[in-house]
Design a protein around this ligand. Structure first.
Ligand SMILES: CCCCC/C=C\C/C=C\CC/C=C/CC(=O)SCCNC(=O)CCNC(=O)[C@H](O)C(C)(C)COP(=O)(O)OP(=O)(O)OC[C@H]1O[C@@H](n2cnc3c(N)ncnc32)[C@H](O)[C@@H]1OP(=O)(O)O
Length: 280
């Protein structure tokens, strides 16, 4: 696994060829003509975000930044799930050292993606609940396939979406819609998401989504990159700085929270309900 990671990073650091690296959990390919990278989450069955997947994604984003990437498409290898959000097993009876690493990596992944200097498009080709929605919201543009759901449903699970999850949504759909979405923990259908601006376009196939993503990147051909990046920073920077300042405090709170026996019982029951669903 270590060797594969090294190979994948070495390949990413040479921007002159078309590459496709098959890391175990994130496949990264770079289009030779456009310089646009595609990162495909590939952790079956539902791309739940565990420590290993987040670590690979986080490293990929760092490398793309370092190599002055032209852009990133974030998508999934599944035909039905973009990402099921945080891997609930990371939060169930957790080993505290691993849990802390998990949460720190999640924070850093968001900082890297939300604040990337390069343009980003989420091709949401499946369901995107909770952390899956966060990944999509962290991109600048969202193109979603029909017949799926997306949203920050944490309250439905008895959880509170962290402030930076909420900020990512607020920046996309405004304060009023965010408040309604978060307090109800609503999962929006693709069409509902389009209506409130949670996604930017709805398409019928992944190919169509990739075409539309190309058109989004084309918009930047005549825009000086520094003007683009500084504008993005002016809109997103304050929320990123807020997390940078509070990340340790957040960790301390979550550490206490996660060990609450009632919460652990609720998480256990939720996991069981997901399993029961399969038996129906
Ligand atoms: C829930 C408690 C959280 C505790 C947090 C504690 C402290 C932190 C405090 C605050 C922050 C809270 C922030 C949370 C953000 C999150 O992202 S929490 C995760 C929320 N995600 C979900 O609720 C999604 C649940 N999954 C689904 O709804 C569906 O699986 C799906 C995505 C719509 C896909 O449906 P499909 O029918 O295709 O698949 P299955 O449901 O049959 O699932 C297949 C398989 O995968 C397992 N699984 C599904 N989701 C997760 C997951 N998020 N983590 C781990 N495993 C998951 C499912 O159990 C099945 O497993 P199997 O039975 O063993 O095959």
């Amino acid at each position: 696994m270590a060797l594969r990671a090294v190979r994948s990073l070495a390949i990413l650091s040479n921007p002159l060829r078309t590459y496709s690296t098959s890391g175990p959990l994130v496949n990264v390919s770079i289009n030779e003509k456009t310089g646009i990278a595609t990162a495909t989450l590939q952790r079956p069955p539902v791309n739940s975000l565990n420590l290993e997947l987040l670590t690979e994604l986080c490293t990929t984003l760092e490398q793309l930044e370092k190599n002055k990437s032209r852009g990133l498409i974030l998508t999934s290898s599944s035909n039905t799930v973009f990402s099921a959000g945080l891997d609930i097993y990371e939060m169930y009876k957790p080993n505290m050292d691993r849990y802390k690493q998990f949460w720190t990596t999640l924070q850093q992944t968001w900082i890297n993606l939300y604040g990337s200097s390069y343009p980003t498009v989420a091709v949401v080709n499946g369901h995107a609940p909770a952390g899956g929605c966060l990944l999509a919201l962290s991109c600048e543009y969202r193109i979603m396939l029909n017949n799926f759901t997306i949203g920050l449903n944490e309250t439905k699970l008895g959880m509170i979406a962290p402030t930076w999850f909420a900020a990512s949504m607020r920046n996309a759909i405004g304060t009023r819609q965010t408040e309604l979405a978060l307090i109800t923990g609503n999962l929006f259908t693709t069409d509902e998401a389009l209506k409130i601006g949670l996604v930017d376009e709805v398409v019928q196939s992944k190919n169509e989504a990739l075409e539309k993503a190309g058109k989004f990147f084309d918009k930047f051909k005549r825009i000086p990159p520094h003007a683009r990046t500084m504008t993005k920073t002016s809109l997103r920077g304050a929320d990123i700085q807020a997390l940078v300042k509070s990340r340790n405090e957040e960790m301390n709170k979550l550490t206490a929270f996660i060990n609450d026996p009632k919460l652990q019982e609720a998480i256990g029951m939720y996991l069981e309900s997901l399993k029961q669903k399969q038996n129906k």
